[in-house]
Ligand binder design. Sequence first.
Ligand code: PGA
Length: 248
Amino acid sequence: MSRKLIAGNWKMNMTRAEGVALASELAARLKAASPAGFDMLVCPPATLVAPVADALAGTALAVGGQDCSAHDKGAHTGDTSAAMLKDLGAGFVLVGHSERRTDHKETDAEVAAKAEAAWRHGLVAVICIGETEAERDAGKTLAVCSTQLAGSIPAGATSANTVIAYEPVWAIGTGRTPTAADVAEVHAHIRKELAGKVDNPAATRVLYGGSVKPSNAAELMAVANVDGALVGGASLKADDFWGIAAAV
Ligand code: PGA
């Protein structure tokens, strides 16, 4: 079993002052709790990766991007490369978050190309997957996860360069979560599907995401094959995010 990873996805939120204050507060709590039994990561918007990484230099709190280009550089207006994130101090990057898949029509192939770009520049790729509500209602959850894993994980994935985040789309930002039994079923399925796709499936962290909060974190994080959480809304307040970590 791997050390759990508690990751915060700030999405398109936070000013510089707010982000630096939140990150600094979390780093201070992490230091006070040392040795903490978990790893912690915050993923600010691209505009704040530099000031947050600067504020966290020398601390145990890691920084990641929320997306990266599949390209290393060049004529891609508005995009951010993995090399740029690395240059600012990021160690991780989310790829294939459902909001990217929906808002920007990202395909599994594009997500895989982004993961490869992340690896080229020494970033850990947090590859996000998850079914929509319609897919769930149609009984297709496991099949959708299998397809997304097969298409989104490039050859060369290892337990060190890759984290999987299972986030049912219908649970993101809705306050609804699958039952612990449902999470157990999907995570066991994902673990099985990682065979042949990563070098060491047992050591690869598989996070659960979707309406994780302090009040449900203990139950969700205790489920077999759940190696941490990817947290959106509740990662924007130090008490809530810390409360989730403390539940681990
Ligand atoms: P949520 O978002 O915790 O606000 O549901 C999770 C995510 O989108 O990563």
